[in-house]
Write a protein that binds this ligand. Structure first.
Ligand code: ADP
Ligand code: MG
Length: 252
């Protein structure tokens, strides 16, 4: 089920003319009017735009959490817009990772168990359990959490919890990780560390990502910045020249 890594030249994600309408009572809300976006292998794209512009909806569709009203979504050359609920579950489990703003760790599981739960949901064979445990500990180590593996989320700081969530998103070796405002709940020093870790972990694995953010640090670390407004993706390149008052000397 995992898309092969040798999928020719197909981009990891290819969304074309994607529209998403929500029906609320009598009202139709157009969350995405026309979203066209391609993410290449090993490419980190920062997605920026005002509140309500459709960023979360776009990520949800890219990750198979929502199906589009119209348009096509191809993942590594495979059309996912028409998959059944069951196929989408399998797709999410094997191909994408999610990191949300509010860290949704399982509160009664330790840091390590929060990573292992991904593997167990994946229904892997028993013999692979030891390998999963090694992988979880390796990830926790890389994320600077080697000595926090046995901690419950309540016994971790905000930054540490977000790092556990990043480890969990990488557990299943996804092709694409979707980050929805991953640093917005963190103070600036912690946010800095988390941004660097995100970039290092993604690049070490040649993993692609969409990172929804208002955070200038992330836009600097991204390979490309894409704007969205009123549900429309603007694929014109965004200038990297950040006004100094916003950059805050971060680019030294
Ligand atoms: P962003 O993440 O950029 O803030 P969203 O994708 O969350 O934007 O929302 C885009 C638009 O769709 C907004 O107008 C929002 O109110 C609306 N919306 C989002 N989710 C739902 C939903 N489940 N039901 C109805 N409207 C929604
Ligand atoms: Mg959002």
């Amino acid at each position: 089920m995992t898309p092969p890594r040798s999928d020719g030249d197909a981009p990891v994600l290819d969304m074309s003319g994607v529209r998403k309408e929500y029906t609320v009572g009598e009202q139709q809300i157009v969350a995405l009017a026309d979203a066209t976006l391609t993410i290449d292998h090993d490419e980190i794209v920062a997605l920026i735009g005002p509140s309500g512009s459709g960023k979360t909806t776009l990520c949800s569709i890219a990750g198979g959490l929502l199906t589009p009203t119209d348009g096509t979504v191809e993942f590594a050359g495979r059309d996912i817009s028409g998959l059944s609920a069951r196929e989408l579950t399998e797709f999410r489990r094997t191909s994408v990772g999610f990191v949300f703003q509010s860290v949704n760790l399982v509160p009664f599981l330790t840091a390590r168990e929060n990573l292992l739960v991904v593997d167990e949901l994946g229904g892997r064979r028993r013999g692979d359990r030891a390998a999963a445990r090694r992988r979880a500990d390796e990830l926790l180590g890389e994320l600077g959490l080697g000595d926090r593996a046995e901690n419950l989320p309540a016994g971790l700081s905000g930054g540490e919890r977000q790092r556990v969530a990043i480890g969990r998103a990488l557990m299943n070796q996804p092709r694409l990780v979707l980050f929805d405002e991953p640093t917005s709940a963190l103070d600036s020093t912690t946010g800095d560390q988390v941004v660097k870790l995100i970039r290092d972990e993604l690049k070490a694995r040649e993993t692609s990502a969409i990172i929804v953010t208002h955070d200038q640090r992330i836009t600097h670390y991204a390979d490309r910045v894409v704007r969205i407004e009123d549900g429309r993706v603007d694929n014109e390149p965004v200038s990297d020249d950040t006004p100094p008052e916003v950059a805050g000397g971060e680019r030294a």
